[in-house]
Design a protein around this ligand. Structure first.
Ligand code: SF4
Length: 447
């Protein structure tokens, strides 16, 4: 049965906790900014009408906020410290002789509620930032950062190793993989061969050394650096694939249409340029194709820029002045191959600078190349270059600030709990922005 919070008694041994909390105490400001009672409606479906009365849901979510806000190492430590902290007791609506819940109420609540209520908390902070004029909403900045999973590398097993398949923990792992809900399944991990038996949602990522990682993806608005959208995924998910879902989430959370998205090279894929084109969004994103051009140039070969497309004849002219004609349509790649006759290339003096292949050089043209060219041209504009520079500092600040809330290490296990941690962290970062807009409170009014 869901418990409902009673107001704290105002006096206890002639002590009113409220008088002990200074007017500008951060927790007093948070209490003013956020009405935690919204949690009742969000979670009531998880409670029956009879049975033991639970810890009131707003208290549970406040406890989780305290855990992250004060970067307390564990829930046990939080509960042990709670009776000694007047400000925490006051924030929770407790008085000095309130009984302190067992630390297990937090893990039980996470399991029972899932991540939805935490997402709602984050969304409410975004909405408040919008109402307070802290969000412009039209130009967004995007990036991702890796988070260490709460699991050891020793827990990783090779799913293709037959000897592993006989082990008891392999069978348990298989059962857990089956049980995983849709939110874990929607991300396709690149590496599904090596799986952690402790946290199967984390992914092995090799960045010099192999580590078990998650990844958090964020959208930050430039005006006051409010986080307007966020998502957690396994560590090896391609961040470029998360661009449009994050754009949609930002638009939903802020109620503002995006006109420009700013991100780094990893987001500069053909799919993203075309998706932005179709949504009327300017992509201030370095072109990923430039990276492959650089590699080609380093090998001493002509890049595709050395080939001129002629719309009238639907062909390319190569650096030696020969014509590359339309050859093959690749529906899967949405591209057409253009090629000079093999004999022409074999006899060409420029061949050593053009191709290492025996059959000559071919050029791939996307079916929507004209639209791509427009988007790529805009991504090289002065304004785009300026935004790309701004993005680096802005996103670094957002992630660097989050490290004081232990954001770079997963507190719990599983993707849903990684989401919960990220929603709490982002909600706190946004609340911090809102706190700056508050007038200093008169202590007499506060009390
Ligand atoms: S190798 Fe072929 S495509 Fe390349 S420059 Fe020579 S003729 Fe043109």
């Amino acid at each position: 049965m869901m418990g409902v919070q009673q107001q704290q008694s105002s006096l206890f041994y002639n002590l009113n906790l409220d008088t002990r909390i200074r007017a500008d105490h951060p927790l007093r400001k948070i209490s003013q900014l956020i009405d935690f009672d919204f949690v009742y409606d969000e979670v009531k479906r998880f409670y029956g009408r009879n049975g033991n009365e639970s810890v009131p849901p707003p208290v549970v979510i406040k406890l989780m906020l305290l855990l992250v806000f004060y970067n307390v190492r564990s829930e046990r430590e939080l509960m042990d410290t709670l009776p000694e902290r007047l400000d925490w007791l006051w924030f929770l609506g407790y008085d000095l002789d309130s009984s302190i819940p067992n630390h297990s109420v937090l893990s039980k609540a996470r399991k029972r509620w899932g991540m939805e209520v935490f997402s709602k908390l984050f969304q409410r902070t975004v909405a408040q930032c919008v109402t307070s004029g802290l969000v412009d909403g039209s130009k967004i900045f995007m990036d991702s950062s890796l988070v260490k999973a709460n699991a050891s590398n020793n827990s990783v097993i090779d799913m293709e190793d037959l000897t592993n398949q006989l082990r008891e923990d392999y069978k348990k792992l298989e059962a857990r993989l089956e049980e995983r809900n849709d939110s874990s399944r929607q991300y396709v991990k690149k590496n599904s061969r090596y799986v952690s038996t402790t946290d199967p949602d984390a992914a092995i990522v090799n960045r010099g050394t192999s580590k078990l990682l998650f990844q958090v993806h964020r959208v930050v608005d430039e005006k006051a650096e409010v986080i307007t959208a966020t998502e957690a995924t396994p560590g090896d998910v391609n961040e470029g694939h998360r661009m449009m879902p994050l754009v949609e989430q930002h638009q939903k959370n802020t109620g503002t249409a995006v006109s420009t998205v700013v991100a780094d090279t990893k987001y500069g894929t053909i799919e993203n340029f075309l998706a932005c084109h179709d949504s009327g969004i300017e992509a201030h994103v370095p072109d990923l194709q430039r990276v492959s051009y650089k590699r080609v140039a380093q090998r001493g070969l002509f890049t595709e820029e050395g080939f001129q497309y002629n719309g009238d004849t639907d062909s390319y002219t190569c650096p030696a002045g020969h014509q590359l004609k339309r050859m093959k349509l690749h529906l899967k790649r949405s591209s057409i191959d253009y090629k000079a006759p093999s004999k022409v290339c074999a006899a060409c003096k420029l061949k050593p600078q053009c191709t290492e292949g025996k059959s000559g050089r071919s050029i791939k043209r996307h079916l929507r190349q004209a639209e791509l060219d427009v988007m790529r041209e805009k991504s090289r504009s002065d304004e785009s270059k300026k935004d790309i520079k701004t993005r680096q500092h802005l996103m670094e600040r957002s992630f660097a600030y989050a490290t004081r809330f232990n954001f770079d290490r997963a507190r719990w296990r599983g993707l849903i709990k990684m989401h919960i941690q990220e929603y709490l962290t982002c909600a706190i970062q946004n609340i911090k922005k809102l706190m700056k807009t508050m007038e200093p409170l008169d202590q007499s009014v506060a009390n």
